[in-house]
Design a protein around this ligand. Sequence first.
Ligand code: IPM
Ligand code: MG
Length: 381
Amino acid sequence: MSTPPAAAPRRHDIAVLRGDGVGPEVVEAALTVLDAAERRFGFASDRTEVPLGADHYLATGELLPEETVADLKQRDAILFGAIGSPRVTPGVLERGVILALRRELTQAINLRPVRLYPGVPTPIAGLTPERCDLVIVRENTEGAYVAQGSSVHAGTHAWTAVQESTNTWYAVQRTVDFAFRLASVRRGRLTLCHKTNVLVEAGRLWNAVIEEVGQRYPDVETDYVHVDAMCMHLPVHPERFDVVVTDNLFGDIVTDLGAVLQGGLGVASSGNLNVDGSAPSMFEPIHGSAPDIAGRGWANPAGACLSLAMMLGQLGEGEAAAAVESATAAVLADLPALAGAEMGATTAELGERIASALAEGTAAPVEGSLMSQLAQVSELS
Ligand code: IPM
Ligand code: MG
C-alpha cells in the first residue's frame, strides 16, 4: 500500500508593512508570534516586506506608488506597524500612506475592539472585564477624512479655511450593515454614535440608513448616543455598549478613549476591513509610530499581536487567532506595567513570551472571542 502524499500546508500571502518609529519593533514581535502560530497550527505564510513610510519617502519622494497598490491587491492580508515621523511635515505620510491605503484598498470599516482582559490594569476605577467588551465599527473612508477642503487668504488675518465632511449613502450603508451583522452574532445591541443635534445633514442620512438597514435585523436593538455624551458613558458605563457604529472622525476620537479603558494605546488593536473581497484587509495596532520611544524596546507589542490575531481570524485560521489572543492576554496580565521601561521586558522579549505561551497552549481561552464572531459575520454576507 502506498502512503498518500502529505497535504500541502495552508499558505497565506502576507504583506508586511513595518513603517516608522516603533512600527518595525512591534511588527517583528508579532512575526515571532506568527512563527509560533504556524508551528502549532500547521499553516505557513509568504511574507513580502513593503517599504513604505518616512525613510522611503525621504529617499524617493514616493508616498504610495501605483505599483505598490497593485502588488498589495494580490496579497491575502497586510500586517501594518505604524506610519508617521517628525522628519516629515504632519499630514503628508498620514494622508499619503495610511489614509490612501484605506481608500485605495476599499477598507470600508475600521474595526476596533474595546476589551479589558482579566488581570490587565485599567485606569478606570472599578472597571471589570465583564463590563468592558464592546466593538467600535468606524466608517473608514470618508467623513472629514476625504482629502478635500480649501483655504483663501492663507497666511493673512483674512485666512478662511473650509473643511467639510462627506457622507455617502453607499459608504454609510456598508458600514452600518456590517455593524448590524456583527451585533446579530454578539449581544444584539447596536448604538449609533453621532452628533445629530448639530451635524443635522449628516445625522439625518446616518439615521435614515440605520432605520432602513435595521429592518433586516429585527433581533438587533438600536440605541443612539451623541459623541460628546459617549466620552462620558464609555468610561463610566461601557456595559451599555455591544457594537457601536460611528463616523470616521468620531470613531478616531472615541477609540483612543476606548484604548484607555482596556489598559492604554499599547494594547489596542484594529482591522481595516475590505468587506467586498476586492482587496486585502490591513491589521494595525492603533498606537502610532511613537518616535520618542522608537528603538528602545519600550513599545508594548500587544496591540500588534492582537491585530495579528484579527488577521488570522480573517484568513480563516480561527483556532490560531483565538490562541494568539489568549496568549497575548495571559502575558499582559503578568506585566507590572503596560508601557515603557516599567514593563520589565523589551518589545522583543514580550514577543518571545507571547510566542512561548502560544506554543505551550496553556493560556485560558478568551470567552466570546471577536475572532470567531468575525468568521460568523462573513458567513452572513
Ligand atoms: C488612527 C490614526 C490615524 C487616523 C492617523 C494616523 C491618520 O489616528 O488610525 O486612529 O486618524 O485614522
Ligand atoms: Mg487615531
